[in-house]
Design a protein around this ligand. Structure first.
Ligand code: ATP
Ligand code: GNG
Length: 207
């Protein structure tokens, strides 16, 4: 059992995880941890050639998130301080299963379990579901040059992978609370009342 509320925002690429995590962190006055993107040395190369760069990229994300979550546990959760993150560590597996060869995946999963089995996991997931047109629109709006190379089929697969993974996480942990947000119809950026409803719901859950 976690010592303090640990909230992860999840969903496929461009769903609005960092945006919502930032807004909730400010509104609820809860510290936020987020993954690095601009300093990632492999993302650009990865989107050029997934097969060639996937192992380096997945290992980079895994090591980075492992260290970040270790620190999060020590500095916040163990002291009873709630935390909000714009990812769940399990997203490593979601992506790795899609990008690695079978041989690489077997090795990767051993390392994943070794590093993460004893880490504190989030007890709340806010899952932003969004359709392909919504994701494409948001990725384009954000305008990261390397993401122009993302194939539509890759995004479609990730949308389906996320549906399966969130169900698996919920089945594996009956104490986990999953709040699903329809990212197509709920606009927490432009519609103040949409955001207020989400924030009120999260506040109720964690008190
Ligand atoms: N509900 C929303 N309505 C309109 N625009 C949004 C919404 N949520 C996010 N955006 C915009 O969409 C873009 C992607 O959002 P964001 O970076 O938060 O996504 P993300 O899920 O964290 O992405 P990634 O998977 O790459 O980490 C940003 O430009 C953001 O301003
Ligand atoms: N392959 C792969 N594995 C991951 O664990 C992972 N996590 C995020 N991403 C990609 C999505 C955005 O382009 C960008 C920022 O989230 O990085 C990932 N890609």
């Amino acid at each position: 059992m976690n010592t303090a509320p640990f909230i992860a925002i999840e969903g496929p690429i461009g769903a609005g995880k960092t945006t919502l995590a930032t807004m909730l962190s400010q509104e609820l006055e809860i510290p936020m941890i987020n993954e690095i993107v601009e300093d990632n040395p492999y993302l650009d190369k990865f989107y050029d050639n997934i097969e060639e760069w996937s192992f380096q990229l997945e290992m980079f994300f895994l090591c980075h998130r492992y260290k970040q979550l270790e620190d999060t546990t020590d500095y916040f959760l163990k002291k009873g301080q709630p935390v909000i993150a714009d990812y769940h560590i399990y997203k490593n597996v979601i992506f790795a299963e899609r990008t690695l060869s079978q041989h690489q995946l077997e090795k990767y999963k051993k390392i994943y379990h070794l590093l993460t089995d004893d880490l504190q996991k989030p007890n709340f997931i806010i899952y932003i579901k969004a359709s392909l047109p919504t994701l494409l629109h948001r990725i384009e709006k954000r305008g990261r040059p390397f993401e122009k190379k993302i194939e539509t089929s890759y995004l479609e697969q990730l949308i389906a992978d996320y549906e399966v993974a969130i169900k698996q996480l919920q089945e594996a942990d009956p104490e986990l609370t999953v709040v699903t947000i329809d990212g197509d119809s709920k606009d927490f950026v432009l519609n103040k009342s949409d955001f207020e409803r989400i924030a009120a719901h999260v506040k109720e859950l964690i008190v």
